[in-house]
Structure formats: C-alpha cells, structure tokens
Ligand binder design. Structure first.
Ligand SMILES: Nc1nc(=O)c2c([nH]1)NC[C@@H]1CN(c3ccc(C(=O)N[C@@H](CCC(=O)O)C(=O)O)cc3)C=[N+]21
Length: 295
C-alpha cells in the first residue's frame, strides 16, 4: 500500500486562481490594488529564496509589492522606523518582516510594532489572541495553509487525534490552537510534543493526523506512524546542494518509508511550503479589503 500524496503545489494553484478572480474584481469594481511590503534584514540565502518567491507570487496575481532588503547591521531603531512608515503608508496593506532577525534586534518588539490590521503573518500578539479565542483575524500563514490542505483534501478533523511535534511560535503553537477550535474550526483533540516529551513515538503512534514542525531531517520514521494516518511535513531542511548550487531539501519525515504506512502524506518540496506563500497572498487581499471596509 502507498499513501495518497497531498500536493501543496496543486492546492495552492487552485487557491491562486480563486484569488486572481477576487483581485481582478477588487480592481475593476473598487479601484483597489492590494499591496505587500517585505522586509529582510541580512543576507541569509534561505530567507532570500522565500522572499523572492513571495515577490514572484505577488507579480503573478497583480498584488503590488515592495521589498526592503536591509543590511545585517541595521539597528532596531531603524527597523522600527521603517515599520512605522509602512504602517502609515496607505498603498501598503500587508507588512512581512522575515524572521529570524539578527540577534541584536528584539524580534517581539518589531513584530508588535506592525499594525495588527497589516500583520499578514499573523504574528502580532493581538492577532494571536484573536486566533486563540476563535475570532476572525489574520491567521499565521503556515498553520492556515495546513488547515486548507486538510479541508481541501477531505481529511476528517472532527474528533480526530492530532499530534504535533514542535512548539514554535510560528507553527506548533498556532496550529495546535487552530485545530482544537470548535466554532468554524477543526474540532480535533490535540497533543503537542517537544524536546522534553518523554516518549515521542508513543504519542505519534496514536495520531490520526501527525504534523511535524521541528526542523530535523527524517526524524519521523515509519514505526512512529499509525497505519492509515495523515502525515503533514512542515520541515524544510537543507541537506546539501546540487552541483549547480540549488538547495536540496528534505522534510522532517522519512518520506520513502513513511509513505508505505501512512494513508496520506505531504511531500517536501511541493507540500506545506507553497501553501504558506499562497496564504500570505490571501492574507494580503483580506487586509486590503479590511482597510477599505469591505469585510
Ligand atoms: N515573517 C516570516 N514569515 C514566514 O512565513 C516565514 C518567515 N518569516 N521565515 C522563514 C519561514 C519559512 N517559510 C517558508 C515559506 C515557503 C517555503 C517554500 O515555498 N518551500 C518550497 C521550496 C522552496 C525552496 O526550493 O527552497 C517547497 O517546500 O516546495 C518554505 C518555507 C516562511 N517563513
């Protein structure tokens, strides 16, 4: 038996088509062009790859985008000043500051400075609070992308045992909250494992839906997966480079072996990554509508 592959590339393509229609209508009916500002501090090559795919995606959809590549030595004060300028700029509906930031900058301070209505990453404490109480707001991109993948590939979440490996602020914690939500939510039973969990496999083997977001190549092996389970792999670990210099990516899941046990599985690349980017586009459109009182 081999698992059904849940293609993030295909689902993201479908969502892009829906968004394109919505953006065209916003332009023709309301004269609104959504705008996204991306800010990247320093020259981490992985961050640059992500930001450039975000920019390409904006161009394909007709979202206005401006990128601010800042030097590694940029001060916290300078970055806060840029955020304030973007908060006050009416052509910008969404602001994304790529994380992690250099160590001399207080990340939480910067993320909190972004206006919550322009926080297309869903990282502002106000949006995190809204998410926890199940109120409409801007949801973090990777967790919202996972939820769309589950919904659109008809994976039953109601009453399901979900086990999440990893408790980061950008994936583990928010996805746990979203999947346990009742009203309009997934209504699942959620367990979160982390580095102090005593026996991770004893938890993962109970999972109907297993989500790994720890950044360790092939950490989830076949013996840790319940037969027929849905496995969502959030890892994008670089394990080497091709002779041409292209990054070779590997997920947190030992894909070749796990796919013989699982019922459904997401690949890396082509799984959660493309979903993250399309949700960022969707959040930018949502923020633009919000800014013009259309939602
Ligand atoms: N403020 C902020 N928001 C983020 O959303 C954010 C961030 N900072 N910092 C880093 C992480 C990571 N992240 C990814 C996005 C797309 C892919 C993606 O598209 N991956 C492709 C492969 C891309 C490649 O070839 O490198 C795939 O999985 O198919 C991966 C990772 C967003 N992040």
């Amino acid at each position: 038996m081999t698992a059904r592959i849940i293609s993030g590339t295909e689902i993201a393509q479908k969502i892009r088509e829906e968004l394109k229609e919505e953006i065209d209508l916003l332009k023709s009916r309301h004269g609104i062009t959504p705008g996204l500002a991306t800010v990247i501090v320093g020259d981490d090559p992985a961050s640059q790859t992500y930001v450039s795919s975000k920019i390409k995606s904006c161009q394909a959809l007709g979202i206005f985008s401006t990128n601010y590549p800042l030097h590694e030595s940029t001060s916290e004060k300078e970055l806060l000043y840029l955020v304030k300028t973007l908060n006050d700029d009416p052509t910008i509906n969404g602001i994304l500051v790529q994380v992690p930031l250099p160590k001399h900058i207080n990340e939480n301070k910067v993320l909190t400075a972004i206006h919550p209505d322009k926080d297309v990453d869903g990282f502002h404490p106000v949006n995190i609070g809204r998410m926890v109480i199940g109120e409409q707001g801007l949801l973090p991109c990777t967790p919202a992308g996972i939820q769309q993948m589950l919904m659109r590939s008809h994976v039953e979440t109601n009453g399901a045992e979900v086990v999440i490996v990893g408790r980061s602020n950008i994936v583990g914690k928010p996805i746990a909250n979203m999947l346990m939500q009742k009203a309009g939510g997934a209504n699942a039973t959620v367990t979160v494992c982390h580095s102090a969990t005593r026996d991770i496999a004893s938890h993962t083997r109970r999972a109907d839906i297993l989500i790994s977001a720890i950044g360790k190549p092939r950490f989830i092996t076949a013996d840790m997966v319940k037969p027929g389970a849905t496995v969502i792999d959030v890892g994008t670990n670089e394990i080497g480079k091709t002779p041409a210099g292209k990054r070779i990516l590997c997920g947190d899941v030992d894909f070749d072996n796990v796919k013989t046990v699982a019922g459904a599985i997401t690949p890396v690349p082509g799984g959660v990554g493309p979903m993250t980017i399309v949700i960022l586009m969707a959040n930018t459109v949502k923020a633009a509508k919000l800014a013009h009182g259309l939602q």
